[in-house]
Write a protein that binds this ligand. Structure first.
Ligand SMILES: [Zn+2]
Length: 242
């Protein structure tokens, strides 16, 4: 008897924080969970830490149940997470990485290097993502993690930022743009850089790259990184896409 190949089965969407993001207004901070047919669990980002300070003069973040509590709602402990995909180490994406020492953490080598070098942007959550107990796998460029699950290098918002393309049995291909494209209205190659973005030329190239992915792969659903209006239209935990 041969074992059937690993296939992605479900995608869960979890909102963990509502946060005031300059240029966006209130945006949703989210994590994603993928389940496979053979019982693997892949988490994408881990949300914002409770100990993070909001920028001076900014309205406070509203914390909802954190990623660990929301995984528990699904009957999962942190040790059940096999892989943690780290899109980048901004404070709203890497705030609970240290809860997952049993997982393999996957990040782009270029991003890891810039953050480890002490870049001030990634200091806010550093205690959470740069913990000695964490096992990192450093990848370079577009990388297939599992059949139907591919990381897409999308620098520009941050060096070595990565988006995620996944293939679900019924929904079809889903693109998680993360912060390469935070809002639907920014999904155009003519866009301009925001203060939080690192490099306008790369940002535009990455946007074009994702537009090409959508066309080539016939993506059925693109989920933008912090689009509160789109979020209202999506299926959230405990519901899922399959
Ligand atoms: Zn973000």
């Amino acid at each position: 008897m041969t074992t059937p190949p690993t296939m992605l089965q479900r995608l869960y969407l979890m909102q963990v924080v509502t946060r005031f993001i300059p240029a966006i207004g209130y945006g949703n901070v989210v994590c994603y969970l993928i389940e496979t047919n053979d019982g693997k669990h892949i988490l994408i980002d881990s949300g914002q830490p409770e100990d993070s300070a909001d920028a001076p003069g900014m309205p406070p973040s509203e914390h909802e149940r954190d990623v660990i509590a929301q995984l528990a709602d699904l009957g999962l402990r942190p040790a059940d997470i096999d892989i943690l995909i780290c899109t980048h180490f901004d404070v709203d994406h890497a705030g609970h990485h240290d809860a997952f020492p049993q997982a393999e953490l996957i990040v782009q080598r270029a991003h890891y290097a810039v953050a480890r070098s002490g870049h001030p942007r990634y200091v806010a959550a550093r205690a959470h993502w740069d913990h000695p107990s964490l096992r990192y796998r450093l990848v370079e460029g577009d990388t297939e993690v599992l059949p139907g699950l591919t990381l897409i290098e999308t620098s520009g918002h941050a060096p070595g930022h990565q988006s995620v393309l996944l293939r679900l049995p019924q929904t079809g291909p889903v693109l998680l743009a993360i912060d390469a494209v935070a809002l639907r209205r920014l999904f155009t190659p003519e866009r301009q850089k925001w203060p939080l973005d690192d490099d306008e030329q790369q940002l535009r190239a990455s946007t074009q790259k994702l537009l090409d992915v959508v066309e080539r792969e016939q993506v059925a659903l693109v989920i933008f990184g912090h689009d509160a209006a789109q979020w209202q239209t999506l299926r959230k935990v405990p519901k899922y896409y399959e």
